[in-house]
Design a protein around this ligand. Structure first.
Ligand SMILES: Nc1nc2c(ncn2[C@@H]2O[C@H](COP(=O)(O)OP(=O)(O)OP(=O)(O)O)[C@@H](O)[C@H]2O)c(=O)[nH]1
Length: 435
């Protein structure tokens, strides 16, 4: 379905400052990484602020002239904007620059297209690409006449591009139906796993943090690990044996990226769904990257978005071989391992992580007595969702008295968020309170 990546495009990158200076620098660096990841050769960069913008061009005419000069001087054949452009802006800029123009959404879609390995991943990428293309087709987009190949043009091939809007709509509907089928199959497999009951652990983290390397190191599996963004696109699973003898399923996921356009988040629902269904998350952080604190925040925000922020989590600070420190483990107030410093590359600290997984997964659950007022229905729903409710009685004030079992990490988080509860040490304590 997809054209293979073509020989490197000579690309000029354009970044227009819209926010704070520090954020801007991170954004520029990420644009470089993404462009290289897509196979482009960067031959020039234009930065600047957005003074006197022309709404039809996104930037001002002075900037356009500056970019045009650089394109000619460097004989560039592609200009990549680190922004979302409207179809009209993209078309006008192409005319003004006499060169192909790609925006951030198009660039990320292109990378996704070249990294999709499974049937489902490919369907998802094609769907996202066609939907992106459809908005452009409607307004007389000129991509249709173009030669195939090159960054931003791989994906739907020439024949697709020649389809009119109606046919495009049909193709989108067919893809959605196929995806539904694939998803139903996956949901079935997941339910079977839940019945089995196999514990699942998901690796999450910012792109390039080292998830695939750690996944390989842990499972000795051959998952593509390349120094490229999004080397992993599809959920990849392997069985992993822990020192206690417990078997878990380890899932590798696609890396998170700053400002991921929301239509792409939808396209990667499959990966994210796996994450939301996991028993434990391992958040892999590139500790050698000076921006790792900001990256951790980004990952946390995405986890909140997909409702995975209440799953117990071990944070792995990876790449300690690049830093001047040895492997280590940090425990939380309940004595459970919370942070592990290691190197997926050298294997230093891997036994500590395996031990930590065992401790977290095997940790005894905490029994609690909780009294909720009528206004605390939200807590009741969360306790049902994340714990095992052993007993629940309405009280005279319209609230509830509950006995609940939670894993220690969730209990720690709920306590921090203000849940008041009495810890029951022995089983008899709440059984006697029932009578
Ligand atoms: N020095 C060092 N490099 C590492 C370590 N772990 C991973 N890397 C390198 O970091 C780069 C990214 O590693 P991957 O495992 O592909 O990262 P990822 O998080 O799976 O990336 P995405 O698939 O883009 O999400 C590769 O060049 C790895 O060789 C480590 O412990 N030390």
């Amino acid at each position: 379905m997809f054209d293979r990546p073509q020989a490197g495009n000579r690309a000029v990158l354009v970044h227009i400052a819209l926010s704070s200076q520090r954020e801007e620098q991170e954004d520029v660096e990420e644009l470089r990484q993404l462009s290289l990841s897509a196979g482009a050769e960067i031959v020039g960069e234009v930065t600047g602020s957005r003074s006197h913008p022309d709404p039809g061009l996104f930037i001002g005419s002075g900037k356009v002239a500056e970019i045009r000069a650089l394109v000619q001087e460097q004989q560039a054949d592609l200009v990549i904007f680190n922004h979302a452009l409207s179809p009209v802006q993209e078309r006008n800029l192409e005319r003004e620059l006499s060169c192909r123009v790609l925006d951030r959404v198009g660039l990320i879609l292109d990378i996704f297209a070249s990294r999709a390995h499974t049937h489902e991943g490919q369907l998802q990428v094609e769907l996202a690409q066609l939907e992106h293309l459809r908005t452009r087709l409607v307004r007389g987009w000129t991509h249709l006449e173009r030669q195939r190949g090159g960054i931003g043009l791989r994906g739907p091939g020439e024949t697709q591009l020649e389809l009119d809007r109606r046919m495009l709509g049909q193709r989108i509907r067919t893809l959605k139906q196929r995806l539904e089928k694939v998803r139903a199959g996956r949901a079935l497999r997941r339910r079977a796993r839940q019945r089995a009951p196999i514990t699942t652990v998901s690796l999450v983290g910012y792109t390039n943090a080292g998830k695939s390397t750690l996944f390989n190191r842990l499972t000795q599996a051959q998952v593509l690990a390349a120094d490229q963004l999004f080397a992993t696109l599809d959920p990849t699973m392997r069985r992993l044996s822990l020192p206690s003898g417990m078997h878990v399923v380890l899932t590798d996921t696609v890396g998170f990226v700053r400002h991921l356009p929301h239509q792409l988040v939808a396209a990667f629902r499959a990966t994210l769904e796996e994450v939301a269904a996991a028993d434990l998350l391992v958040h892999v952080v590139d500790a050698a990257n000076p921006e790792h604190a900001a990256q951790m925040e980004q990952v946390a925000a995405v986890l909140r978005e997909i409702g995975a922020d209440e799953i117990p989590c071990i944070t792995v600070f990876n790449k300690i071989d690049c830093l001047d420190r040895g492997p280590a483990v940090l425990h939380n107030a309940d004595g459970l391992p919370e942070r592990v410093w290691l190197s997926a590359h050298t294997g230093d600290g891997i036994p500590m992580l395996l031990e930590a997984l065992d401790r977290q997964l095997g940790a005894e659950r905490v029994r609690l007595r909780v009294h909720l007022t009528p206004g605390e229905g939200r807590w009741r729903a969360r306790l049902h969702e994340h714990g095992q409710v052993l007993q629940e009685d309405p009280d005279e004030q319209g609230g509830w008295s509950m006995a609940v079992e939670l894993d220690p990490a969730t209990w720690g988080r709920f306590r921090q968020q203000g849940l008041r509860a009495q810890r029951l040490e022995r089983e008899g304590e709440f059984i006697s309170s029932r009578t």
